[in-house]
Write a protein that binds this ligand. Structure first.
Ligand code: FAD
Ligand code: FES
Length: 530
């Protein structure tokens, strides 16, 4: 669901936002042909991110007939906006996972993410993929104000999973951080778009077919319509980040969050290659305890890029903390300069969306109610490994191979132990409907500066308006075509975002992200009495 931003000189149809990540900037976007006829296939994979491409690769490698459709270009979704830490240090922490899934579930989760990293390494080696894959240590340190006991408890919970983590009294590479950390061995990082583009080439070489700028609609047990053409398939894998085959069920089990990234130049070799994370702000108003995540990436002969992420908030709700989307980068830079004083000029900034599952683990497997439609979703801040695991589990399911993690990640599971969190998110979601009665962003259209968007008008007549640089107005119903919440203006990525389940629309009303499957309804503003 990509929009051709290039009409106004911005990012082109290869991204789900107007800010371009380092990964999308450093590798030419990969485009294949567009589907122009009806087709038959054994497996239809929908989505050209890490989840879809890994699934297609593993099945093609196993000799299955695979076809993948992607409505943008390869990696033009959230995979192109990631920071690509490959880790078993899951962002909701093992103390929490143990409470929800028990000691055995927590052990399986740790084991599965380590297996996903191993699988990526194996694919890189086997297919000779040049993507800067490197093994390194990860360090989890305390968010200011959090108690040391939290780290002590976390280390104990990790050790119970069998991971060989250890206590360090200082955080390597971070002299400004006071206190201890947990060190995780054999974590990894890579260059995501190099990896995915090469993976796509391998799929093609194995006889798989990939169609970009090809959108799947009308997904059912027989296949889907792809750009209007009928594609018949025995198995359908919906790897669209958030499922676009289901109107309600899965969307009550996960919640959309925005997360922000800055990439600062640092003198080459001045910091060790490692992954760093803080434990997150547990007093935050959001259920996710927003945390900071940092890594290095080789950049030029003189500089590495220090890539730092964080400052997350519920989609469409940044203002509730008094820090709108476009000001989140400065908060991140302020944090970075304290902990990494060598951080210099900011070379890139971008943001993206993660789907936070209610009980912290992704939903991978048969879509509830179907026996040949599979989904991979709910991957939170660990979507590189969750997406890879998605490919591993779903390809096993399709081939009838037993997989040790099928039950843990089953989309059918009922996360009763997290009822408190569930209710608070559902209440939060229900509260979004009150947006019909809250004050609009602007009272009259003259207030709107060129190049800006806003929500305008009252009740069911709420409009999402965008004023082009030449003063021309684009106006749409602000009612999200998914389940009717009011969209919000995101001045950072210049999109209209829905706080309920994360659908996003360009400033021209076009669909960027599901679960909505249609654009915002256009309003001929000049024909209306305003
Ligand atoms: C800023 C940021 C930092 C992150 N950092 C990390 C990290 O360090 N480590 C980590 O593990 N995870 C991280 N994540 C999470 C991770 O990047 C994502 O979870 C992961 O990339 C999702 O992959 P995916 O394949 O599920 O989805 P996507 O990459 O979004 O792919 C889905 C694709 O489906 C396509 N599509 C949608 N609908 C249709 C349709 N109807 N027809 C055809 N195609 C369709 C989309 O265009 C898209 O390209 C981060 C995420 C963000 C935003
Ligand atoms: S995404 Fe569900 S109502 Fe908007």
């Amino acid at each position: 669901m990509k929009k051709d931003f290039s009409s106004d000189g911005s990012s082109g149809d290869f991204s789900s936002g107007e800010n371009i990540s380092y990964w999308l900037d450093s590798v030419r976007p990969m485009e294949t042909s567009t589907l122009e006829q009806d087709m038959e296939t054994d497996v239809l994979v929908i989505g050209g991110g890490i989840a879809g491409l890994t699934t297609a690769y593993l099945l093609a490698k196993a000799g299955r007939i695979v076809m993948l459709v992607e409505d943008g270009l390869i990696a033009s979704g959230e995979s192109g906006r990631t920071t690509a830490h490959l880790t078993c240090a899951l962002d909701d922490h093992y103390q929490q996972l143990e409470k929800t899934f028990g000691a055995e579930g927590s052990r399986l989760a740790a084991q599965s993410h380590m297996a996903a990293i191993d699988r990526i390494e194996e694919i890189v080696r086997l297919e000779h993929i040049a993507c800067n894959f490197e093994r390194l240590n990860g360090y989890l340190f305390l968010y200011p104000g959090e108690k040391k006991q939290y780290l002590v408890d976390e280390l104990e919970a990790i050790k119970r999973t069998g991971i060989l983590a250890q206590w360090l009294d200082e955080v390597p590479g971070m002299p400004a951080a006071t206190g201890a950390c947990i060190a995780y061995p054999r974590q990894a990082q890579f260059h995501i778009t190099r990896y995915l583009h090469e993976l796509a080439h391998v799929i093609l070489n194995l006889g798989g077919r990939i169609f970009t700028k090809t959108r799947a609609t009308d997904i059912d047990k027989n296949g889907a319509k792809c750009n209007g053409y009928a594609v018949h398939a025995k198995h359908i894998v919906v790897a669209t980040n958030t499922p676009v085959n289901d109107l309600v069920t899965m969307h009550t089990k996960q919640f959309p969050y925005r997360t922000y990234v800055v990439a600062a130049k640092v003198p080459k070799g001045s910091l060790p290659h490692a992954l760093w994370w803080d434990t997150g702000d547990m007093d935050s108003r959001w259920i996710t305890a927003p945390y900071h995540y940092v890594r290095l990436q080789s950049f030029t002969e003189e500089h590495d890029l220090l890539i730092a992420g964080g400052e997350d908030h519920k989609t469409g709700r940044a203002d509730e903390e008094g820090i709108p989307e476009e000001r989140r980068y400065q908060a991140l830079i302020n944090w970075l300069k304290v902990y990494f004083p060598k951080a210099g000029e900011i070379a890139y900034n971008w943001s993206g969306q993660v789907m936070e599952p209610i009980d912290h683990l992704a939903f991978i497997g048969l879509n509830p109610g179907n026996d040949n439609i599979y989904i991979i979703t709910g991957d939170s801040g660990n979507g590189m490994t969750h997406g890879t695991l998605g490919g591993m589990i779903v390809s096993d399911l399709i081939q009838g191979i037993e997989n040790p993690w099928t039950e843990l990640y089953s989309p059918k599971r009922k996360p009763l132990k997290d009822l408190g969190t569930y209710l608070s998110e559902v209440m939060n979601m229900a509260a979004q409907y009150a947006d019909f009665f809250t004050e609009a962003d602007i009272k009259n259209l003259e207030e709107l500066a060129p190049g800006n968007g806003a929500i305008f008008g009252k009740g069911m007549k709420r409009m999402a308006v965008y004023k082009e640089e030449n003063g021309r107005l684009n106006a749409f119903s602000a009612v999200c075509p998914h389940l009717g919440c009011v969209v919000q203006w995101n001045a950072d990525e210049r999109s209209f975002d829905c706080p309920c389940h994360g659908s996003r629309f360009t400033k021209e009303g076009q669909l960027i992200n599901g679960p909505a499957i249609s654009p915002l309804k256009k309003i001929d503003i000049n024909a209306r009495q305003l």
